[in-house]
Design a protein around this ligand. Structure first.
Ligand SMILES: [Zn+2]
Length: 101
């Protein structure tokens, strides 16, 4: 949990838009483009990590309610192998596959 939060902080720091000199510099156009691309990649990574944090919070809430490892969609147990890989998984493999379609 803390690890993911730290990752988000690190990413925010590496965002070129977070550089206070960015606003005042008169960078060449190609530099601006590079900064823009970097910014978008970082934004996407932050979004992914934010989602992970939300998933982890949801998993923790499920532990409190004693239904951790139960699929949110079909109510069956999520395979242990899957939970080992993705501890915050909210759905069993079957439901995850159906939801992704
Ligand atoms: Zn399911």
């Amino acid at each position: 949990m803390e690890k993911v939060k730290n990752q988000i902080e690190e990413l925010k720091k590496s965002d070129p838009f977070a550089d206070p000199e960015h606003v005042s510099d008169n960078a060449a156009v190609d530099t601006d483009v590079r900064e823009q691309v970097g910014h978008e990649i970082i934004e996407a990574q932050i979004k992914d990590l934010d989602k992970r944090v939300a998933d982890i919070k949801a998993a923790l809430a499920k532990i409190e309610k004693n239904n951790y490892g139960i699929c949110d969609r079909c109510g069956k147990s999520i395979a242990i192998a899957r939970l080992k890989l993705i501890p915050e998984a909210a759905f069993c493999v079957e439901c995850e596959n159906k939801l992704r379609k």
